[in-house]
Ligand binder design. Structure first.
Ligand SMILES: *Cc1c(COP(=O)(O)O)cnc(C)c1O
Length: 383
């Protein structure tokens, strides 16, 4: 074992893949403190600046006073408390869904839902750039897997046509976490109809961020289909923590009874649920925040493109700047930190080999000036 561990670490180091975890002092926000220096944060998923919002904090504090800190058990034992029920109602209403179930995190939701709805007799059709938690859920489900090239619905159609399986599930991110592009949901829904498949849509980065009122990828395409099972998270745009699945009452009933990552885990603390409820309330009443986020994303993309920086097909608040070699991406990120900007470099296996990048994200809270100045520094560092 000793040799195995040492050799593995050396291998990672040689490939430029050792990860160093940076410590942040104080709360999340558009400026964060790293090594006693305030730096502009351009890589967080706190897209609406809600992670340190006073209203969310008040909601959490008041839930702690009323319900305590821990939930004490799994939801199926004694851990279903009023805030869990309130959160499920709030997200169900927000998404205009028949039923909703809350999970402890997006990672847990993907593992739980996919293993619960798919088995050996299911064929899964998965976009090649889907999130790692989807990949792990698929592996755990033992379903047979066909991966299609990123966003390639022609290839997806071919695979669906070839399939002899009676049960088919198409799985896709709504907004792709490393590329910032959006799944062609209209076309995918048409294919699901044509080949009688279900769709599992992971909208971790879409919820609260895309669509004119932040309702996510389904709103971008104005699609409502009972073939879509939608998952999303509270830890990104909503500034809290945890995840939800929205689907028909019957599907939710099955997930509740069979998803191991729902059954065999202590449920979310009540304060976390209360903060999520508050976040949903805020974005329900304040679409201006979402509009600002979308405007900022557009501005940043345009400024980068004007300087010849390739941002792939991003149309959202996630904007990649492709670099290529791992060591180079790290160097650019380190250079920017010296200049007062924190953008994490993303390397394989989070992104395909040879496509290490800066994964830039904007929030509704950045100003035009901050973004324009950042682009100058990014362009300088890339040179
Ligand atoms: C972040 C993310 C998850 C995991 O969600 P957590 O709540 O952070 O565990 C799942 N899917 C996608 C696409 C994500 O980006």
């Amino acid at each position: 074992m000793d040799n195995f561990i040492t050799e593995k670490l050396i291998e990672l180091k040689d490939k430029g893949l050792i990860r160093r975890i940076k410590k942040v002092h104080g709360p999340q926000g558009k400026y964060i403190n790293i090594d006693n220096k305030d730096v502009l944060l351009l890589c967080s998923n706190d897209y609406l600046g809600l992670a340190n919002d006073q209203r969310l904090k008040d909601a959490a504090i008041s839930a702690i006073s009323e319900y305590g800190t821990g939930s004490g058990a799994s939801r199926l034992v004694s851990g279903t408390m009023t805030p869990h029920i309130e959160l499920e109602k709030a997200i169900r209403d927000f998404k205009n869904a028949e039923a909703a179930l809350v999970f402890n995190s997006g990672y847990n939701a993907n593992i739980g839902v996919i293993t619960s709805l798919c088995d050996r007799n299911t064929e899964i059709f998965s976009d090649k750039l889907n999130h790692a938690s989807i990949v792990d859920g698929i592996t755990g489900s033992r379903a047979s897997l066909r991966r299609y090239p990123h966003l390639d619905t022609d290839k997806l159609r071919e695979l669906l046509k070839e399939s002899k399986s009676k049960r088919k599930m198409i799985i896709t991110d709504g907004v792709f976490s490393m590329d910032g592009d959006v799944t062609p949901l209209k076309k995918i829904t048409e294919l699901a109809e044509e080949f009688d498949a279900l769709i599992y849509l992971d909208d971790a980065h879409g919820t609260g961020s895309v669509g004119s009122t932040g309702r996510g990828t389904t709103e971008v395409f104005n699609i409502k289909s009972n073939r879509i099972i939608e998952m999303g998270t509270f830890g990104k745009a909503l500034g809290s923590f945890g995840a939800y699945v929205c689907a028909s009452t019957e599907i939710i009933e099955l997930i509740k009874n069979t998803a191991r990552s729902f059954i065999y885990t202590t449920s979310l603390p009540p304060a976390v649920c209360a903060a999520s409820v508050e976040a949903i309330k805020i974005i329900n009443n304040d679409t201006e925040r979402i509009t600002r986020l979308q405007k900022n994303a557009e501005l940043l993309r345009e400024e980068l493109n004007n300087r010849g920086i390739d941002t792939l097909n991003s149309t959202t608040q996630i904007i990649p700047a492709i670099i290529g070699p791992n060591h180079d991406a790290m160097k650019v990120s380190e250079r920017l930190l010296i200049e007062g900007i924190f953008i994490q470099a993303i390397r394989p296996p989070s992104v395909p080999q040879g496509s290490a990048r800066l994964r830039i994200t904007v929030t509704s809270e950045h100003t035009e000036k901050e973004l324009i100045e950042s682009v100058e520094k990014i362009a300088g560092a890339l040179k």
